[in-house]
Design a protein around this ligand. Structure first.
Ligand SMILES: CC(C)(COP(=O)(O)OP(=O)(O)OC[C@H]1O[C@@H](n2cnc3c(N)ncnc32)[C@H](O)[C@@H]1OP(=O)(O)O)[C@@H](O)C(=O)NCCC(=O)NCCS
Length: 174
C-alpha cells in the first residue's frame, strides 16, 4: 500500500477542534447502514475516552476552511485490557461521502498501520459487514486477511447481520 497521499489531501493527528467534523462524518457513515451495528455517533467525550490517543488521524483538504476541511478519520480502541493482548487493537475508519472512492481511506489506513507498528502494536482487527464492499477491498489491499465470517452476529434495524472478521498481523513485530 502506498504511503503517499492523494493529491489535495494531507494527513495529520486528530485534534480536539476536529471533533464536530469527525462526529458528523461518523454519523454519515453509520447512516449508510453498512458501517456498524451502532446507529448514533457517540459524544466527543465518549469517543475521546474510547480511542487510543497516539493513533488518531484525520485526512484534510488543506485548501478548505478549517471548519469544513476534514475528509475522513481513523482511530482505534484496545480489544482487551488483558496484558497478553496489549498489542491488539480494533480500528474504525470513516470518510465523508463526497470524498469516498478517491484513495483517502487507503492513505489514512497506511498512515495508521505505520503509526501502530512503530508503537509496537502487532495486530489490527476489523469487523466488516459483507455488504461493505469498499471497506473489504480497502482492508484486503492493505494486507488484512479474512479470519472468517461470523454468522448472524447481531441485529441492525431488526435484521440479523453477518460480520467478516479481518486482521492484519504486523510482519515486522517478531
Ligand atoms: C469504506 C470506506 C472507509 C473506504 O474509504 P474510501 O476512501 O472510500 O476508499 P478508497 O478510495 O481508499 O478505496 C479503497 C479501495 O476500495 C475500492 N472502492 C472504493 N469505493 C468502492 C465502491 N463503492 N465499490 C467497490 N470498491 C470500492 C477502491 O476502488 C479501492 O480499491 P482499488 O485501489 O483497487 O481501486 C469509505 O467508503 C467509508 O467511509 N464508508 C462509510 C463508512 C464505513 O463503511 N466505514 C468502514 C466501516 S468497517
Amino acid at each position: 500500500m502506498p504511503l503517499h497521499q492523494p493529491p489535495g489531501v494531507a494527513i495529520r493527528a486528530m485534534e480536539r477542534h476536529d471533533a464536530d467534523q469527525v462526529l458528523t462524518i461518523y454519523q454519515q457513515g453509520l447512516d449508510t447502514g453498512h458501517a456498524s451495528f451502532e446507529t448514533t455517533a457517540p459524544t466527543w467525550q465518549e469517543f475521546d475516552a474510547a480511542k487510543l490517543d497516539r493513533h488518531r488521524f484525520v485526512a484534510i483538504d488543506p485548501t478548505a476552511e478549517p471548519s469544513s476541511n476534514v475528509l475522513g478519520w481513523i482511530a482505534a480502541s484496545p480489544v482487551s485490557d488483558r496484558c497478553c493482548y496489549a498489542g491488539v487493537v480494533e480500528h474504525s475508519i470513516y470518510i465523508a461521502p463526497h470524498a469516498r472512492g478517491q484513495g483517502v481511506g487507503a492513505a489514512l489506513l497506511a498512515v495508521f498501520i505505520a503509526s501502530t507498528e512503530a508503537d509496537g502494536i502487532w495486530t489490527i482487527q476489523a469487523g466488516i459487514f459483507p455488504e461493505n464492499t469498499p471497506s473489504l477491498r480497502l482492508h484486503t489491499k492493505a494486507g488484512f486477511r479474512t479470519v472468517g465470517t461470523r454468522q448472524r452476529l447481531g441485529r441492525l434495524h431488526g435484521r440479523w447481520r453477518d460480520v467478516v472478521l479481518l486482521e492484519r498481523r504486523s510482519p515486522t513485530i517478531l
